[in-house]
Design a protein around this ligand. Sequence first.
Ligand code: ZN
Length: 154
Amino acid sequence: MSMEDLYQEIILDHYRKPKNRAPELADEAVHVHHSNPLCGDEMDLRIRVVDDRLDAVVFDGEGCSISQASASAMTQAAVGRELKDALDLAEDFRRMMHGDDPARPDDLGDGIAFTGVAKFPVRVKCALLGWMALRDAIQTFERGASAHTVTHEE
Ligand code: ZN
């Protein structure tokens, strides 16, 4: 099996059996809603924070397989991390989506499977949706707010 096929399998697996997909989260600190009108992807992301760490990260949404699978992989990679560390990891994923080699490939977990998406500019926003929602949720938390809605245009 080629690397590309393996990555495709990982993406499909997250799409069919998403991890940390839930419409609610007990004791949530922040709930953000992000949308990608170019593709029609919608994403709700909720985080629970304990001692400056992501105690839980859940998403819910609808849209293309890339957006939903990427969010699923993101939750697995992010949960348990300190907020600052998770922000750094989100930035690493963002750089990878813009064609750079990731600095933390192991920490990205299944997120690494989306590396090939960088070759398809129209899908990059789909793959980024969950990660950018995570970044926004953490920054919203750090500002002391609890909810936020963002529409990714341009
Ligand atoms: Zn999409």
